[in-house]
Design a protein. Structure first.
Length: 466
């Protein structure tokens, strides 16, 4: 052991305040940019004379880029070092914030959202890589509490995003929701440079062009973009997008199976069934989570006649429960128990939604939806722990990014479910249809998890990962 007092402190408390704060701040940038724009869409559409479908790309662009950028930047974190990738990502966020301030058109703003999607995607896979390196260096068990903090920060910032966006837009105009990224990223960057240890030396066997599998990234992005083109206008579907997506998807599979280390490692997923099951579980679970995240507020406003502010207030108990559940989930030893409890709460929450209608008082609506905060918090932190245990050590950054990709796939699937259930406008009947769909998905998750033998045991979760 070195005689440096800081080394002794790191060994005694490897995940202390100085190490966690820069990581936690960076983890806020993605969820806050995902939700902050909600209150700015109307003034942006007014200024650029755009319709709902056009401004919808401001949301879709970020999710699409995140789905691709998370595993890509995770791969870079594995190859080049997590700190380097984190720093570069924060610089990109600042550039995007400045570009949003001077945006002359809607197309320019879409490009800005693409940059934000890429930049904010660096924090999570870099954090998971940093956690792993710190734990391995100090012989510590998986940092469940530290990972729970990341989940808590994500839940909290996603909840306050619409409120912050409304305040900034009202006081300074919609440009402020972009420029606010500059000070946020700058503060985080300074703390990363000051408090996060430098990356250890790494060997890149080949050029980054070969390591990153750019053809695989292009095929995956094209397939996902084609699906999004179809889903974003489900009332007037672009049917040609589906065969294009199928062809690009088939080419991606063919390419991935021929390449030694592809962008989406299908051979690794086939061999590592525990990790594949975890990804599939995350996609379905987050479909339920995003159905509530986007569907409930629409119903409160559209069917109940409440304002956007009142709809936001109705989700406060849900957000609080999500935050508490994240921290409690981080303190549990096993994985199966938290998952089972989360899916049970989803089923009870869906039954509660069947008992309310548009004439119900707002407090009753808030109480009915609150239980969904438990799966939102528990599933996030428990999935993080599962990936940490199941992914190969040398691929943890990419595996963590791919975990987020499956979560975003859940978000995209939720838009389809909501569109099918709500049709042209939300009604009591459509909310109840949505609740039944969520209950079915949660029930399937509950049964599948109950008999899942791929989850690590409680004793394994509490041990240092070799």
């Amino acid at each position: 052991m070195s005689g440096n007092p800081e080394d002794h402190a790191a060994a005694a408390k490897p995940f202390g305040f100085r190490f966690l704060l820069p990581i936690a701040l960076g983890s806020c940038l993605n969820p806050i940019n995902s939700t902050m724009i909600a209150t700015a869409l109307v003034p942006i559409a007014t200024e650029f004379h755009a319709g709902v479908a056009q401004t919808g790309w401001l949301i879709a662009a970020l999710y699409l880029c995140c789905a691709v950028a998370q595993p890509t930047l995770g791969r870079l974190a594995d190859l080049l070092g997590a700190r380097r990738v984190y720093v570069a990502s924060l610089v990109m966020v600042m550039i995007a914030g400045l570009a949003g301030r001077v945006a002359p058109s809607l197309g320019w703003l879409v490009v800005v959202r693409v940059l934000l999607g890429i930049g904010t995607s660096g924090a999570y896979p870099s954090a998971m890589r940093l956690f792993r390196e710190r734990a391995d260096a100090t012989g510590s068990p998986p940092p469940r509490t530290a990972m729970g903090l990341l989940s808590l920060m994500g839940v909290a910032t996603a909840a306050v995003g619409p409120v912050l966006g409304g305040v900034l837009t009202g006081m300074f105009g919609w440009h402020a929701i972009f420029t606010v990224n500059v000070p946020l990223a700058l503060i985080t960057l300074v703390l990363v440079l000051a408090w996060i240890p430098r990356d250890p030396p790494r060997r890149v066997r080949r050029s980054l062009w070969q390591e990153l599998d750019l053809p695989g990234i292009a095929l995956f992005s094209g397939a996902l973009l084609s699906v999004m083109v179809f889903l974003l206008d489900i009332e007037h579907p672009q049917w040609i997008a589906l065969p294009i997506a199928a062809v690009l998807g088939a080419l991606m599979v063919w390419h991935s199976l021929r390449r030694a280390d592809p962008f989406i490692d299908l051979r690794m997923l086939a061999k590592n069934m525990p990790l594949s099951v975890t990804y599939l579980r995350a996609a379905i679970a987050f479909t339920v989570v995003y159905c509530i995240f986007y569907g409930f507020a629409q119903w409160v406003e559209g069917a109940g006649g409440y304002s956007a502010a009142q709809a936001g207030i109705a989700t406060v108990p849900l957000s609080l429960l999500a935050g508490v559940s994240s921290m409690l989930g981080a303190r549990t030893r096993g994985l199966r128990g938290p998952f089972l409890f989360a899916f049970s709460c989803s089923i009870v929450g869906a039954v509660a939604l069947l008992c309310i209608h548009s004439a119900s008082p707002l407090w009753l609506m808030a109480a009915a939806v609150a239980l969904f905060g438990i799966p939102q918090g528990l599933v996030s932190v428990t999935t993080q722990a599962a990936v940490y245990m199941q992914a190969p050590a040398e691929q943890l950054g990419a595996a963590s990014g791919l975990q987020r990709t499956f979560s975003y796939i859940g978000a995209m699937a939720a838009t389809v479910v909501i569109g099918v259930c709500y049709g042209h406008r939300p009604t009591d009947q459509s909310l109840h249809s949505l609740a039944i769909g969520m209950a079915v998905m949660s029930g399937l998750l509950l049964v599948a998890t109950l008999f899942d033998r791929t989850l690590p045991r409680a004793d394994d979760v509490s041990k240092p990962h070799s």
